[in-house]
Design a protein around this ligand. Structure first.
Ligand code: C5P
Length: 232
């Protein structure tokens, strides 16, 4: 699995997304399409970005009964994305069903990764709202192990957790890490951040970078800097 920088295209419309991607001219960065853009524009946004030659991480975080997730994954598989995801809290059975749905008749499928505990969930909200009393680190590693046991390829996690996920689930288990900022950049609302260089050192396989690139004065230069620091 090659290391790569994924740009979070958190735009509200296809128009804004293409205005942004047009700046890259010949380059074809790996892009993440999240709920906002997908729900605004539908599957056509995936097809159009794919047609332009980009790899796509479709970040829709599925979570439902196994049969529904299996069928939804089969639809997403037809969109020919490169990576997609679901919530590990949907259980191992749901994750296994997702793989069944995602796998094409020729046996290939996109990379499938799991969200463990969202980084917006802290120990207190997990205990009070979800009634999970174990330490959050332990819960994250347990969910990652369940995802691995179900046959998934990896997890979304904070860069600070990537090393431990590799220790627990093996170095081939993919870690996709948001929360990346340049050393001299603005943190925005992200609390626990790492530079691309630090994320590389700790062993992240993919970093997901949004505003440090999308809100930069020169997004192409910011993307290239990210690639230099993370990939080398
Ligand atoms: O702009 P920024 O670099 O903070 O964007 C990070 C991207 O990663 C956003 O699309 C955000 O929704 C996503 N993400 C995150 N933290 C998670 C999971 C996803 O920041 N735990």
């Amino acid at each position: 699995m090659g290391r790569d920088v994924i740009i979070a295209c958190d735009f509200a419309s296809a128009e804004d997304t293409f205005k942004f991607l047009d700046k890259f001219e010949g380059k074809k960065p790996f892009v993440k399409i999240g709920m906002e853009l997908y729900y605004a524009e539908g599957p056509s946004i995936v097809k159009e970005i794919k047609k332009r030659g980009h790899k796509i991480f479709l970040d829709l975080k599925l979570h439902d009964i196994p049969n529904t997730v299996k069928k939804a994954m089969a639809v997403l598989s037809n969109l020919d994305v490169d990576m997609t995801n679901l919530h590990a809290s949907g259980t191992k059975r749901m994750m296994e069903a997702a793989i069944e749905g995602l796998t094409k008749p020729d046996g290939t499928r996109p990379i499938l990764i799991a969200v463990t505990q969202l980084t917006s969930t802290d120990q207190e909200s997990m205990e009070n709202d979800l009634l999970i009393k174990e330490p959050i680190d332990k819960v994250v590693m347990h969910y990652a192990s369940c995802a691995k046991a179900a046959g998934l390829d990896g997890v979304v996690c904070s860069p600070l957790e990537a090393g431990k996920v590799h220790d627990t689930c093996g170095k081939d288990f993919v870690t996709v890490t948001p929360g990346v900022r340049f050393a001299d950049g603005d943190k925005g609302d992200q609390k626990r951040v790492m530079t691309p260089e630090e994320a590389k050192k700790i062993g992240s396989d993919y970093i997901v970078v949004g505003r440090p690139i999308t809100a930069a004065e020169d997004p192409v230069a910011a993307y290239e800097r990210c690639c230099r620091e993370f990939i080398g």
